[in-house]
Design a protein around this ligand. Sequence first.
Ligand code: GLN
Length: 520
Amino acid sequence: MAQGLKVTIIKLDPYINVDPGTMNPYEHGEVFVTDDGAETDLDLGHYERFLDIKTSQANSVTTGRIYFDVISKERQGAYLGKTVQVIPHITDEIQSHVLELGNSGEYDVVLVEIGGTVGDIESLPYIEAARQLKYNVGRANTLLIHLTLIPYLAAAGELKTKPTQHSVKTLSESGLQPDILVCRSERPIDSGIRGKIARFCNVELEDVISSLDARSIYEVPLLMKEEGLDKRVIEKLNLKTHDYNLDHWIGFVEAVCEPAGSIEVALIGKYVEHHDSYKSITESFIHAGAVNGCKVNIRWIQSDDLTNKNIAKALKGVSGVLVAPGFGGRGIEGKVAAVKYAREQHIPFFGICLGMQCAVIEYARNVCGMEDANSTEFDERTEYPIIDIMKDQKSVENLGGTMRLGKYTCEIKEGTNAHRAYGKTIIDERHRHRYEVNNNLRYKLVENGLVLAGMNPERDLVEIIEIEDHPWFVGVQFHPELKSTVKNPQPLFVDFVKASLKYGKAENLYQPISGGKAKV
Ligand code: GLN
């Protein structure tokens, strides 16, 4: 990328789910949503954050999707009654996804990541597709990089090359010979071991790349460059590149690894035991922290356990509160208690999707006097369905689509925190939700001082809410975390961290109050 090449990346996942949209966050981590509304593997988030590109449905393929497409074609008679088999039909389908990106004319290089481990039954069709692809597009146009592990046996004080030798052997049984080996290890690989790997795995010495544990995942590209990986890839694929400079990346890595200070922000959610469920949020904090010259430490708080009684203790000392996205009723009252506390105590607050809906519920209940206001997701019979499924969404649902997914425009009101953060009035962000602030009741929120700081103009839906007389209180219906990259840190995260830093330093200036207007 830095060298002037247009690069994209596709993830081939061996699981049978058609997409990760319905997979349990505990098992699978976050669902990453692209502009075009595809619900994809969280690895696509890494690709976007590192490469500063926009991915789409075309960048994520699962075995489920491949079979689904092949079976649909078979049902439509596309195979003219032929026997449909793994080879060639499944392997052709896999290749066609890769070639679609390659032949679009938009890219110089398509990186293909095959998930899983060599030797897995599930990966076999992908390995075979890779073998055929090499043949079909010409060997000179392809390069196979194999990622292996060199474990360190502490008892023997030795690095072991056997697992690497074995996986290369297994690959060769499928007709594939790696061009480059990237060897993960926790200890440096000396020249003796490098030589051994090269000799037994049939690669040149320079093609054994050591990938040591890094201080941050963002340091890895710099370490790979030191190892000469980029040089080898360019030589082997005969690519034409520009001069380049990595100063921004180096500066960013330094800011991440040697922060001048730190703050602690509470992240309140129901999947907090599994940090990968909030991957894009934690990465956005890394980007936003670097801009603000600080490390953002996260205090993970399980929302199930929170009540108005224990919330002060749970949030003691934090500089900011983020209430996370989520589905289902578990932990909602805890989230509402956290919003109430952050609002009343003037702690910077950021509510994302469900977090924003909880902020609206809290405001309706405790400021607008709509007792027991709720989302119909959690209480279908509530007297005040302040969060509800809107009519046009219901009709979409009848057609089989259930969620507002992907990119939508938002018009921002001038003079709000959001306006200051983005520096413009028209933005777009990604969505993944069913419920909305209820358009029939929202006037009550506005009458009581809630600021509708951002609206979707096409559907007249609330996108951003804020309250005044508070250091920073912003709730967003969309998922800003999905668009933060190293090059373009997400503006709301940057501003939230800035406000939290300020709050952390000046905490004692704010007078805790019990509701209503702020006294500063
Ligand atoms: N459960 C809520 C909805 O469907 C919020 C979803 C989310 O936080 N992503 O609207």
